[in-house]
Design a protein around this ligand. Sequence first.
Ligand SMILES: *Cc1c(COP(=O)(O)O)cnc(C)c1O
Length: 391
Amino acid sequence: MKTNQNSLDIFCAEKINKLEEGASFRKLKTTHRVAEAQSHQAGKSLISFSCNDYLGLSHDPTLLEKANEAARLYGTGAAASRLITGNYPLLEELEEKLAKLKNTQACLVFGSGFLANIGLIPALAGSDDLILVDELAHACLNSGARLSGAKVIRFKHNDCADLENHLTAQRKSSSKCLILTDTVFSMDGDLAPLPALRDIANRYESWLVTDDAHGIGVIGAGRGGGFAFDPPVVADVQMGTLSKALGSYGGYVCGSQKLIDLLVNRARSFVYSTGLPPMSTAAALAALEIIEQDPTLVDKPLAYAKHFCDRVGIPTPQSPIVPVIFGDNDTVMAVSEKLANEGFLVSAIRPPTVPDNTARLRIAFNASHKTADIDRLADLICAAKKEYGIV
Ligand SMILES: *Cc1c(COP(=O)(O)O)cnc(C)c1O
C-alpha cells in the first residue's frame, strides 16, 4: 500500500539528529520497580532516588489490596466519561476526602494531573484574559495556558517584583487574570512564596491557581504546599496529582462548589475523557488514609533530604526534592552512569525539562530509604562535584 512513511521518517530523523547533537536525545529504559525504593534497570539492582512515590505507597499492601478489591467490584476500567456511566461510587468518596484534606467546599478528580491542568485553565480563561505563570512551573500549566488562548506571560521564578511589574503593565487591558504556580517546584524542590502571591493576586483582582503535585503527602503535614505556611495559604484553585506521594494515578482540583460545577461542564479533558480506573481511585483513597494516620511516615522524605544536604554541605531543602546542578548534558549523564555503577538510580534531567545549561541530578527522597544508603550517595555526590569542579 502506498503511504507517506518516507517523508515522515525524514522529518523525524532531522529532528532526532538535532537532539543528538545537543546530547539531549532521550530513550526509554525498562525499569522494574520493586518495593523499598529498589529498581531493576538493564539487569542491575539499584536503589532509586528518582521516583516521586515519596512515601513508598505504590507497593503498600493495603493499597494493593484495595486496588484489587475495587477492580473486582467495579471492573478494570471506568467504561465511559464520568458524565455518562463512568462515575462509579468510589470517586465521590475520594473527592470528599480530598476536599476535606484541603479544606475546600468541593473537589473534582481527573484522569491525570496533566489532564486536570489542560482542562481547568481553558475553562477559566479565554482570549480576553491574561495568564501569568512562573517560568519554572510545570509543562502542563504552560500547556493549559496556551490552550486557553489567553495572553500568557512567564514571570521570573519566584520573583514577586517581576510579577507585579507585569501586572501593573498588563492587568488593566485584560478581563480576567490567572496567576499560575507550582507550590513545590518539581525540578528545584523550592516552595513558591505563596503568602506574597496571595497578596498580589488579591490586590490585582486575579485568581491564584496552585499545582501541588509535589506537596500533597509530604509537605504541610501531608496536606500540601499551602499548609507549609502559618496561617495556611488558600489558593482560589488548588490542583494536584494522585500519581506521586499517593502512589496511584490521577489528578484533582479542589475549590468552591461553583468552580467544580463549572469544571464538570466545561473542562474538556474531564467531559471527553474516560473516568479514572477504579483501582487508581481505591489506591488513592487508601493512601490518603495512611497519610492522615501516620505523621511519622509523612515526615520522613523531607527529614532524609535535610540529612543529605547537611552531609553534602548544601543549603537546607524545603521539600524532598534536591537538585545538584552540573550544567552540561554530557557531564550529568556521566555522573548518573557512575552512580548506577555504584548501585544508585539517580536520573539526569536535561533541557528542555530544565533551563539550558542547568542539567542536573534530581534527587528525590523516599520514606523507604535507609540512612546508610543516603550517606553513601552523599559521599559519591561530593566526590563527583569535586571531580567536575562544581561548587
Ligand atoms: C507530575 C506533575 C504533573 C502531572 O501530573 P500527572 O498526574 O503525572 O499527569 C503536574 N504538575 C506538576 C508540578 C508535576 O510535577
